[in-house]
Design a protein around this ligand. Structure first.
Ligand code: SF4
Length: 235
């Protein structure tokens, strides 16, 4: 069990806020196929400095808390970069009857489809053409990947959400307007304020100021006719 999940490097035993409507436990995969400068998990993304989570301990915990824990959040890093471990994990969690939420950046739509989570949270970072420059994506077909992943989001209705971190120098009114065609028909979009109070992947971003709340409200106005619901996280 331990060997099967070498990429899982973080475990939050209980969370009330990460799985909408459910008490959950959360696992974090190391590694990622993007390098967002505002990323809050640099150690995890750059290879996983933390110890491997003991799979046996995790499943013993789940088995003992069937009456309390309702779901498992699979987050990272980017879980989809380890498709075999992810598939094995999903199978083992499903066999125990727990719901699964997947957090992903949407770069690997086939892996998302295979995982078939009960709830999906997709982080949309910026317009596809900026992924290679701003986020160091190595893919040449970012737009096609996002189109496929957003089709999954759309098909899941209220059981999926798109999250946009409103980072300075990455998100602007023009960028949000440019995302409208991609987001059309998505049920739930959350705008997340940029936070610089923890060490970020690019330390230069720790010195940047969050965008004012009024900007985020304008972004909501720009998107509201294209999506089912657009809200600022925390409001
Ligand atoms: S914010 Fe998400 S997608 Fe971006 S580098 Fe961090 S883990 Fe990867």
């Amino acid at each position: 069990m331990l060997r099967a999940f070498r990429s899982i490097r973080g475990w939050q035993r209980q969370t009330f806020i990460d799985y909408p409507g459910k008490i959950a436990t959360a696992l974090f995969f190391a590694g990622c196929n993007l390098r967002c400068p505002y990323c809050h998990n640099p150690d995890l993304v750059l290879g996983g400095a933390d110890a491997v989570v003991d799979g046996a301990e995790f499943f013993a915990y789940l088995d003992k808390r069937k009456k309390m824990i309702e779901g498992v959040v699979i987050s990272g890093g980017e879980p989809a970069v380890q498709p075999q471990e992810l598939a094995a994990l999903v199978t083992a969690i499903r066999a125990r009857g727990f719901a699964i939420k997947l957090d992903t950046n949407g770069m690997l739509p086939e892996v998302i489809a295979q995982c078939a989570p009960d709830y999906l949270a997709l982080d949309l970072k910026t317009v596809p053409s900026a992924y290679r420059i701003l986020l160091k994506a190595s893919f040449t077909d970012v737009e096609q990947r996002l189109i496929k992943s957003l089709a999954i989001v759309r098909s899941m209705g209220a059981d999926a959400e798109v999250r946009i971190t409103c980072a300075p120098e990455i998100i602007s009114e023009e960028i949000i307007a440019g995302l409208r065609p991609l987001l059309r028909g998505v049920a739930r979009v959350f705008l997340q304020p940029f936070q610089n109070n923890v060490p970020l992947l690019d330390p230069a971003f720790n010195a940047k100021k969050p965008l004012p709340k009024e900007s985020l409200r304008r972004f909501c106005d720009i998107l509201k006719d294209s999506v089912g619901q657009c809200r600022i996280r925390g409001e």
